[in-house]
Design a protein around this ligand. Structure first.
Ligand code: DX5
Ligand code: ZN
Length: 219
């Protein structure tokens, strides 16, 4: 059984204080930092890019779990690797050759994640599962924090877990979107071992980040 890890999404952090915010996350026991990169094209929102990630990297020794909601994604992979991304997660819809994009990330000696939107089926990536380190299951449509959790994705996690077992693979299963104190346990029971959370960690209990991370870890 893999250790449950918490990857707080800085999309819900105070963007005017990002360096301090990620230091607070590290002190509060976060296992990694989930960095939501959005380009206003793949998703209808625009956040940060390589220069900001490079600057933030200096403020934390944590793993940077970089979620690229950008398309086309292939030609930008190296820039995020150079900026300090440790895990680079891409969406299959954002590249016209998933194998070569996976290979590009591996060539840069980074961990490879592939993300499935709520409507995207596991079949889309089934032939690539042996090549990747992480599957990111979206439990909201990507683009914004604070959205409602979509419980129907739990069945997808259960199906993925069965396939993982059958193929004797060991990739991480990360769930992302609307995770809170009420649904974290069912996400873990379904098979997720990394929980992404933005709103719950930064806003609940008067923004007591340490308490919120501990509460999620205790599920
Ligand atoms: C949405 C992002 C998620 C989101 C999570 O496109 O990928 O990481 O920020 O935020 P909450 O936990 O607020 O749903
Ligand atoms: Zn994300």
């Amino acid at each position: 059984m893999k250790k449950i890890q918490i990857s707080p999404s800085i999309l819900s952090a105070d963007f005017s204080q990002l360096g301090n915010e990620i230091k607070k996350l590290e002190d509060a026991g976060a296992d990694m930092i989930h960095v939501d990169v959005m380009d206003g094209h793949f998703v209808p929102n625009l956040t940060i890019g390589p220069p900001v990630i490079k600057a933030l990297k200096k403020h934390s020794s944590l793993i940077f779990d970089v979620h690229l909601m950008i398309s086309p994604v292939h030609k930008y992979i190296k820039a995020y690797s150079d900026a300090g991304a440790d895990i680079i997660t891409i969406h299959p819809e954002a590249t016209n050759d998933l194998s070569s994009s996976i290979f590009e990330i591996k060539k840069l000696d980074k961990k490879v994640g592939v993300s499935l939107n709520p409507k995207t089926k596991i079949d889309t990536i089934i032939d690539h599962l042996k090549e990747i380190d992480l599957v990111l299951i979206m439990s909201v449509n990507p683009g914004f924090g604070g959205q409602e959790f979509m419980p129907e994705v739990l069945d997808k996690i259960k199906d993925l877990k069965k396939i993982q077992k059958k193929q004797e693979l060991d990739f991480d299963i990360e769930i992302d979107g609307g995770i809170n104190f009420d649904n974290a346990k069912s996400a873990i029971e379904a098979g997720a071992n990394i929980l992404v959370s933005g709103t719950t960690i930064f806003k609940k209990n008067n923004g007591d980040i340490k308490r919120n991370i501990e509460l999620l870890k205790s599920k």
